[in-house]
Design a protein around this ligand. Sequence first.
Ligand code: PLP
Length: 302
Amino acid sequence: MNKIFPQGYAWINGEFVKLAEAKISILDWGFLRSDATYDVVHVWKGRFFRLDKHIDRFFESAKKLRMPCQISRDELKKILANCVSKGKLESAYVEMIQTRGMSPKFVRDPRLATPRVMAFAVPFGWILKQEDFEKGLNVLLTDIKRIPPSSVDPTIKNYHWMDLVTGMLDAYEKGNDTAVLVDENNNITEGPGFNLFCVNGSGIFTPDHGVLEGITRQSVFDLAKELHLPIMKKSISVEELYNAEELFATSTAGGIMPITKVSGKEIGKGSVGNLTRQLHKLYWQKHSDDSWSTSISDILTN
Ligand code: PLP
């Protein structure tokens, strides 16, 4: 089949259009200043995964940026579901965006701009492809500092990605799959599009601050509770990272993904750990559970 790139559908300026035709003004502050927030939810086999949690975070982020979203939850759900169905996608990566919009007279004051909401759906994408699961991710621990939370609140999902992009470029140059960034105190933060978890003899740990509060990260807490596994948020040092028994990354773009190597050093036995495997299995089982997922056709017909 001859597929058009980019494959997918968008909702922009109040209309549904093919993704290749979705465009915004060069003067939008979202483009000129990264003054925007966004969220990404995924669809797996015709069902949104934890849609309400993504919409909650999106609304909360927009509110924190002092531009509360003017679209209702039900309207937004229908827009997202339509992007998926018009794009004829079974499994998708669905992004909702709110930019500050455009200034009427190109003046600096952000309050004068009219915010703009848009959305699009593309085929599902992975940070670690399914076929590479057993191999796991080989990450580079960079010395690049993640933008501190005192500068940009990382709980607002944002496009201030220069630190993360630099990390990725460094990682690719050195033959790694992706990068992990540290904070001002050399504690572990996160990577380009994922949170991090470390497993050792006392439990499962993830950084407690300076990171996006990922929905997949939250899912790991919910799954760990169900499996009666000890889990906690706390600072993680570089040493703890290297000495972990297991490491994994979490993201909407691929779920729970083992990290088997950090900067050339094998983690644990250098293979996928037991807890990672257990959490990964339960995570994918939840994709057909009504309390974790919502069918696209139900949204479209209600
Ligand atoms: N951290 C950052 C910086 C991200 O951009 C993302 C997702 O894009 C994540 C973590 C993972 O968040 P989620 O599990 O909600 O996809």
